[in-house]
Design a protein around this ligand. Structure first.
Ligand code: SF4
Length: 931
């Protein structure tokens, strides 16, 4: 009998229509093709034309269908009817919700606008939300950067005018040695995976420095299981080795950094000319002149009237034996021979594998170069190195290492993405002057140049509720979201009336001291009134924070909304191109929800906020899409750079009413490539500078030098030494003098000094998995199957020491609290470190999960062990658990001990269930559209 092959349809038509938009299952903003069948989302794939992901889609991205259809979606505005924290709500209309909110907000604005604290989580519309807050007039605005990675961002911007991830990327096509520090797999997810794939294909070497060997570190050629909090010490030892061996790029340092700038011996400030420009000595003619004088070649070893260069001071500092590998090896948990070997490998690749590209370019001193020198070493770091109380200085050290090797903005090295590079001086200084019924005096967040820019009231007290930009954390460029609730609860520096949060799960995984925060949100005064009188919260889902708000403004899912991923904000550029993108409603909401940004515009219109209101008092914009198209930040510069004017103008151009249609036709994004010859040496390359001005990234060329020595930090030190009109309070003088060193330094994480490390000998960390972005995947039926519970991973030495077996449980105790959790063994782990996945544990009643969901019974948070304040030191003060420079939350300073316990039925602590405003999801959840 002949065998008859069945006819199989190997490529069935899955959709009637494809709509292209931008993913929001994590912060990477990949392009996606959303397939629709019968008007419903049938399938999501990566957009091959998109600059970010080039068709690659991760597990989270493809599971967007289940996010979009999650039972935990909020359906209608809600007003609290039970006690705060109970989860008892009544559905109300949008008209009522906006009336209630604008009633509260208008009262505050007439009286004292600072009584509104408006903070957003991982939202991607910060240029808009800050514009709203500025026009409202409160100084109390920031997004989540303070508890995420502000050390990385601020360290990069102060040092070299940009940092990692959105600011820049390795030259994936040319790099031959890539070092990765403290990176969890969810940040910069698809772009790094694509890049690592390229490196592996070419046989380039990857070194992963991380106490935990998961994800990217698991595929590294070499894994360095460093002790948490010692990255800065390790990096400074690498610098010591390279300087000792003379393996640094002296030509690069001379031309493009402040290494040859002369330092005043008396003050430690730069010698400057009458125009305020830092002075260098020309090696050719010997003249002492401004750093940007045409034709000069600055001298690294100059001396002038006894004043020496930054480079000479640096050599004194880092050639010192205290930075030798042998002096730091034990503390870092890395043998000295290995540190020396890594330094030698960096030097070998940077210098022995250097190459030239025939490409002409002209620098800011007018010198024409015929080639570009490639130094194929690149680096990337993220929250692992930055979420420590020494994180800012560690990030600075890492950038100084890159700069010494001459590997920034050169072929094969690390490259900026527009609108970066942009020096700290090109950013605004922070503004905080609030007046009744008036906008704020300028942008909230920025980069201080010295004590004069601190956000202090005339009496010296903090102007902001989070105490950002004060002597406690002078360079807190992203604010301190983790301190808002505890400061508001304490009325320190003042009481507030309304806490307005967006997409920030502050009563659960986004706060330290989670149980304490719940109490603060529900505490009452002697009159029986809540200490924080009003709480407004906007979220798309029934997260833990919902139960603690008085008024809920339900947001849409990411497939139902307009958004712009703007060059004014956190764009999606490549090192070779400027790019931005949109989201648009590829499906309409089937619930009574509104995009948060549209709700903000409607609130602004009710209050007739300046900036949102025409001279005839009519509203400027009806919704967020209207704002995206018609708002101009400066003449001709709007939220979107593409298809301006008649549709052919880029960067600068008049408003184009059809701009969103052009984006949709183009796949939801826009790209403008940097011309050849302008694509490297961007801070000093006049072709790039002129291109950037044409694009509207800035209004005139602004070449600058990399800052090995950060002069603003020296200004704070001088204030602490008793100079100037503004000086710190006495109890902070010594800390400022020590920590604000203008050269990168290392000091032990504060918790090491504040607890007895014999009692708490183990480091405890969290990481986020590739398949879950913070708590966002908690209600996602597909992603929950990957991460429905989270064990505490224990290294072999501790595993054996405590006699653990698979299935055992442990009590983990810190100076602040204890938890009881399931354990699992992991070999690839620093021997004194335990860790778990972040934000898997859930509170019963949240996210429409059943009370016996594994997330609520076996999952847990380390947050219960971490306090927003450091343990008492006996000086009568409680210091914030933050980096003393930027205020970044020091999540990873945590020290604990562990003991084996009898297995309980549930993780501890277990909080009582909250009532779900959306009920429970069904037992089985499936999604199929069409036949
Ligand atoms: S990396 Fe992030 S943005 Fe990209 S597909 Fe995955 S979840 Fe979406």
């Amino acid at each position: 009998m002949p065998h008859i092959q069945p006819t199989l349809d190997l490529s069935p038509k899955v959709s009637d229509e494809i709509r292209k938009t931008t993913c929001y299952m994590c912060a990477c903003r990949c392009g996606i093709n959303v397939h629709l069948k019968d008007g419903k989302v049938a399938y999501i794939e990566g957009n091959r034309d998109h600059p970010v992901n080039k068709g690659v889609l991760c597990a989270k991205g493809s599971a967007g269908i289940m996010q979009h259809n999650a039972p935990s979606r909020l359906r209608k505005p809600l007003r609290r009817v039970g006690p705060r924290g109970s989860g008892e709500f009544q559905e109300i209309s949008w008209d009522d919700a906006l009336s209630i909110a604008s009633g509260w907000l208008e009262n505050i604005r007439h009286d004292a606008p600072e009584k509104l604290a408006f903070f957003t989580g991982r939202d991607q519309s910060q240029s808009f939300t800050s514009f709203w807050a500025q026009n409202y007039g409160t100084p109390n605005y920031a997004a989540h950067g303070g508890f995420c990675s502000v050390n990385m961002a601020a360290g990069g911007i102060y040092t070299m005018g940009g940092a990692f991830w959105e600011f820049g990327q390795p030259d994936w096509d040319r790099t031959r040695l890539f070092m990765l520090f403290g990176v969890a797999e969810d940040h910069d997810s698809n772009p790094i995976k694509i890049g690592l794939g390229k490196l592996k294909e070419r046989g380039a070497k990857v070194i992963g420095v991380n106490p935990i060997r998961t994800g990217y570190n698991a595929i590294a050629d070499e894994w360095v299981g460093i002790t948490p909090g010692t990255d800065g010490l390790f990096v400074l030892a690498l610098i010591h080795c390279l300087m000792t061996a003379g393996k640094i790029d002296l030509d690069y340092l001379s031309r493009y950094t402040n290494a040859p700038v002369l330092l005043d011996n008396d003050t430690g400030l730069f010698l400057r000319d009458d125009d305020g420009k830092p002075l260098v000595r020309d090696r050719k003619g010997g003249a002492v002149t401004a750093f940007d004088t045409a034709g000069i070649y600055p001298d690294l070893s100059a001396e002038h009237d006894g004043h020496r260069t930054v480079f000479q001071h640096m050599a004194d500092r880092y050639l010192s034996p205290e930075h030798a590998p042998e002096a730091v090896a034990e503390r870092c948990g890395i043998p000295a021979t290995r540190i020396r070997a890594i330094a030698a490998e960096l030097a070998r690749v940077a210098f022995d594998e250097a190459f030239e590209i025939e490409r002409e370019w002209t620098d800011f001193r007018g010198e024409k170069h015929h080639t570009m020198t490639g130094r194929p070493v690149s680096m990337h770091a993220m929250r692992g190195v930055s979420a420590h109380s020494n994180g800012f200085q560690t990030c600075r050290a890492l950038h100084v290492l890159q700069i010494l090797l001459g590997t920034v903005e050169v072929p094969g090295g690390f490259r900026f993405k527009p609108p970066y590079p942009k020096p700290a001086e090109a950013h605004p200084a922070p503004h905080s002057a609030a007046r009744p019924d008036a906008p704020l005096d300028g942008p909230h967040l920025g980069f201080v140049r010295g004590p004069e820019d601190l956000a202090l009231k005339p009496d010296g007290s903090a102007a902001r509720i989070d105490k950002a930009f004060t002597w406690e954390n002078p360079m807190s460029a992203h604010g301190l979201m983790h301190m808002v609730i505890s400061n508001a609860h304490a009325g320190d520096p003042y009481k507030i009336d309304t806490l307005f949060l967006y997409m920030a799960n502050m009563s659960w995984n986004s706060s330290m001291n989670t149980g304490g925060v719940m109490e603060m949100l529900t505490d009452k005064d002697e009159n029986g009134d809540y200490l924080i009188p009003h709480i407004i919260y906007s979220d798309a889902y029934s997260s833990e924070m919902v139960a603690y708000a008085d008024l809920i403004l339900p947001d849409t899912t990411y497939l139902e909304r307009h958004d712009c991923i703007s060059l004014l904000d956190r764009p999606i550029c490549e090192a070779d191109a400027a790019a931005d993108a949109i989201r648009w409603p590829v499906v309409e909401p089937d619930r009574d929800v509104r995009g948060f940004q549209t709700a903000l515009i409607q609130l602004a219109n009710r209050m007739k906020l300046p900036g949102f209101t025409n001279d005839d008092r009519s509203p400027k914009w009806k919704d967020y899409a209207d704002y995206i198209v018609n708002h101009e930040r400066r003449p001709g510069i709007g939220p979107l750079a593409g298809f301006r004017g008649d549709g052919t103008q880029t960067g600068r151009g008049a408003v184009n009413p059809e701009q969103l249609d052009r984006y949709i036709e183009n796949g939801g994004f826009f790209v403008s490539h940097i011309p050849n010859g302008a694509d490297y040496y961007k801070p000093w390359n006049m072709d790039y500078q002129n291109w950037a001005v044409g694009m509207g990234l800035f209004d005139s060329p602004q070449p600058y030098l990399f800052q090995l020595y950060v002069e603003p930090m020296r200004k704070f030190q001088r204030a602490a030494e008793g100079h100037g009109e503004r000086q710190p309070p006495d109890h902070l003088r010594e800390r400022i003098r020590q920590t604000m060193d203008p050269f990168p330094i290392w000091y032990p994480p504060f918790e090491d000094d504040n607890v007895n490390t014999d009692d708490f000998p183990i480091h405890a960390l969290t990481q986020r998995p590739m398949a879950m972005y913070h708590s966002w995947g908690s209600q996602n039926a597909w992603l929950r199957q990957l991460h429905g519970r989270n064990p505490l991973y224990v290294p072999t030495k501790l595993w054996n020491q405590h006699g653990f077996q698979e299935g055992d449980w442990a009590r983990v105790t810190s100076a602040h609290g204890s938890i009881v959790v399931p354990v699992a063994h992991q070999g690839g782990l620093n021997e004194n470190t335990i860790w778990t996945w972040n934000a898997i544990g859930k509170r019963k009643g949240a996210w429409a999960l059943s009370n016996d969901a594994p997330e609520a019974t076996k999952g847990f948070l380390l947050n219960h062990l971490i306090h927003e304040l450091q343990p008492p030191k006996g000086d009568g003060l409680r210091w914030s658990n933050s980096d003393p420079i930027t205020g970044q939350a020091a999540w990873f300073d945590l020290r604990v001990n562990i003991e084996k316990v009898t297995a309980p039925t549930e993780s501890d602590p277990a909080f009582p269930p909250i009532q779900s405003p959306v009920g429970r999801g069904p037992e089985d959840l499936a999604w199929k559209v069409g036949k």
